[in-house]
Write a protein that binds this ligand. Sequence first.
Ligand code: ATP
Length: 386
Amino acid sequence: MSSISLRNVTKRFDDVTAIDGVELDVENGEFVVLVGPSGCGKSTLLRTIAGLESATAGSVVLDDEDVTDLDPADRDVAMVFQNYALYPHMTARRNMTFGLGSSGSDLEGEELDARVREVAEMLGIADLLDRKPAELSGGEKQRVAMGRALLRDPEVFLLDEPLSNLDAKLRDQMRTELLDLHRELGVTTVYVTHDQTEAMTLGDRIAVLNDGRIQQIDDPQQVYDYPENRFVAEFIGSPRMNVFRASLSTAGGRSRLLVDDDEIDLPGDPEPPSPADSRPVDVGIRPEDLSLADDDPGADAPLEVTVTMHESLGDSLLVYGTTGSQQLRFLTDPRRSIEPDDRVSLTVDRERIHLYDPETGEALYHSDPAASEPETASSDPVRPQP
Ligand code: ATP
């Protein structure tokens, strides 16, 4: 297995900067997911690691070798593409073995046959090897493409949205299989997706990309609990985090957020930034961290909202409302009766509040989610300075 290091990698296409000074270290055997919106540069970054694009600046290092100027075939990486890139006129077996000689593998004859069987059995396609791609389902084609990559016994696996052409059920199944495969083989893997469920469930770490830059890289729960900027806060998590404007003030040792006529007290640990005067902030609260006050009688319910609409998600009801000037979404029981124009009071989980600078979008403060879960307590909440 190899480690991967990207040093200040930039890739420009004429006047488009697809990748902008990316620094990334992937450890030996690690599974890193690159996630971000369409056009943010995920595929270009992956293709640059593979050598299918040459970096405009910076370097790509596999283990200790600088491979920036090496051809793809000399990099010992295997890539699986979104559309599988299978040859239609070849059988699954031939698709898997085609070009093996030219990639430096010395497998041939019976040894190659045995290896194909082994890989095909691991992927559950041993009975399909004589079929052509037109005779295979999407999931089966995807496995053949994976088989082709596995057969090369690469140091590094690069996967570009390999599940995006599959239906939801198959995607779930293949996701689990990919995890098992990674556990079994331990090949260093970089996986591109725009689907944040895939990112959250697959990655040892996830790197959130926007405009060709890494916004945050960390283990998935850390990214979810402590998004370092407003972009990450709104991109990771479904339904999306509420981000709304409020005024932050500190008086008498108490920090408060003013939202229209409502006031939310901030917990004192970690210490919220204390502005000399009140200052505008963008407040981030996930929909699951707002609840109807009726569900928790006696709790402080600092937000009054007017319901505008709702949609059932099956296991919960996503309700949209407004405080007057700010739009909010919250989750509740799907079987409760709630209608547009209803006035409702909301409680706020004060251990899960984030503040962002309205100008830069950078995090100013996260209240500490671990505070309400002592058994998994992290003693080190992120506490950026204002
Ligand atoms: P998606 O999720 O839609 O596949 P992505 O995050 O993988 O998007 P890229 O395909 O890496 O994004 O593209 C990043 C940017 O670079 C986009 O603005 C794209 O238009 C541009 N780009 C990519 N390839 C080329 C190319 N060969 N020539 C010119 N511009 C390109």
